[in-house]
Design a protein around this ligand. Structure first.
Ligand SMILES: NC(=O)C1=CN([C@@H]2O[C@H](COP(=O)(O)OP(=O)(O)OC[C@H]3O[C@@H](n4cnc5c(N)ncnc54)[C@H](O)[C@@H]3O)[C@@H](O)[C@H]2O)C=CC1
Ligand SMILES: CC(C)CC(=O)C(=O)O
Ligand SMILES: [Mg+2]
Length: 348
């Protein structure tokens, strides 16, 4: 029996996750699903954003299908109780250090991209984002300086082992694609980045067949909109990867199009769209479910070793988009559920 934990969360999380689950059910009626509350929904139910029974389910399951967490109504809570603590906790507890975020333009979405058609057409890259380190997990807090002023701090740090293992994922990913890896850092200013760059260069010795380059993150952000076709695989830290992937999503037409896989290097994975809970459109059937559906395809490929089924789902999404199916973010009028219907029907 294959068990999928479904943690759909807040805002549009449940709306898009429902469509991803339907697609998985259409691919294999034998998959078992178990749902558990997470994020703001879990806080309201249990007083905790990541209750022990939810974490236990995520650990027991063969894979986790995750929606999104967060809502402004929880902003005043202490950090440990905010919905976002749940996703950071899951990533840490499950050891999901490698986040794959593919960005490519599906044929038909050229006009949805913020880039000129001929520039947009070339985007087909994967951001390999480190996911359990960096400022998100360093010491943090607020304090008073000696003169009584408030100060906030978040410590950015990386150990060499953390950099080495994500660099290896970057090189291995590049090997399966175009053989090009671009490491993104801020080594002209940050010690963390200098270590990052040194370690990536050391690991490169094991991958002479991969062409390695380095970019500072500010330049990388600019290059991503100037000429995204130059990138094959980008490997970068947690913070930079978070920001660059949202940016890459608009090159590919919408933040509602980008899926992700968070992996522990041993088959365990959590699969989620890169977007958040989108409180501005939640509850109105306006969310694009494609990112969640494509995340389900990544689940099939990476946790269930069912690459052929993953390809079927990706082709179904490509087919309905080529036929003109569009949610509002892509300039259309289809509801979240209607878009899910189209993809399920295209699966045949
Ligand atoms: N993985 C997660 O659970 C994440 C959670 N968040 C949380 O989500 C909440 C909202 O954050 P925001 O900064 O507004 O980012 P967001 O990604 O939720 O939304 C940004 C913009 O993109 C639009 N958008 C997002 N997903 C869409 C989709 N599938 N279809 C159509 N439009 C879509 C939204 O309507 C909004 O205008 C916050 O509480 C934040 O902390 C943010 C990012 C990731
Ligand atoms: C709550 C955030 C750390 C999640 C996020 O923005 C992301 O992983 O893309
Ligand atoms: Mg993000």
């Amino acid at each position: 029996m294959t068990l999928i934990a479904v943690l759909s969360g807040d805002g549009i999380g449940p709306e898009v996750t429902a469509q991803a689950r339907r697609v998985l059910e259409a691919v294999d009626a034998g998959l078992q699903f178990e749902e558990a509350p997470v994020g703001g929904a879990a806080y309201l139910e249990t007083g905790l954003p990541l209750p022990p029974q939810t974490l236990d389910l995520a650990k027991r399951a063969d894979a986790v299908l995750f929606g999104a967490v967060g809502d402004p109504k929880f902003d005043a809570l202490a950090r440990a109780f905010r919905p976002e603590a749940a996703i950071l906790g899951l990533r840490k507890e499950l050891g999901l250090f490698a986040n794959l975020r593919p960005a490519k333009l599906f044929p038909g979405l050229e006009d949805a991209s913020t880039l000129k058609r001929e520039v947009a057409e070339a985007i087909d890259l994967i951001i390999v984002r480190e996911l359990t380190g960096d400022v998100y997990f360093g010491e943090k807090g607020q304090r008073r300086t000696e003169d009584g002023r408030r100060q906030g701090y978040d410590v950015m740090s990386y150990g060499e082992d953390e950099v080495r293992r994500i660099a290896r994922i970057g090189f291995e990913t590049a090997r399966t694609r175009g053989g090009k890896l671009c490491s993104v850092d801020k080594a002209n200013v940050l010690e963390t980045s200098q270590l990052w760059r040194d370690v990536v260069n050391e690991v490169a010795g094991d991958y002479p067949d991969v062409a390695l380059s380095h970019l500072y993150v500010d330049n990388a952000a600019m290059q991503l909109v100037r000429d995204p076709g130059q990138f094959d695989v980008i490997v970068t830290g947690n913070l930079f990867g978070d920001i660059l992937s949202d940016q890459a999503s608009m090159c590919a037409g919408s933040i509602g199009m980008l899926p992700s896989a968070a992996l522990n290097g041993d088959g365990k994975g959590m699969y989620e769209p890169i977007h958040g809970s989108a409180p501005d459109i939640a509850g109105r059937g306006k969310a694009n479910p494609c990112a969640a559906i494509l995340s389900a395809a990544m689940l099939l490929r990476h946790s269930l070793a069912r690459g052929e089924d993953a390809g079927r789902v990706e082709q179904a999404v490509a087919r309905v988009l080529a036929d003109g199916a569009r949610t509002p973010d892509l300039g259309g009028e289809l509801s979240t559920e209607a878009m899910g219907d189209r993809v399920v029907n295209a699966l045949g």
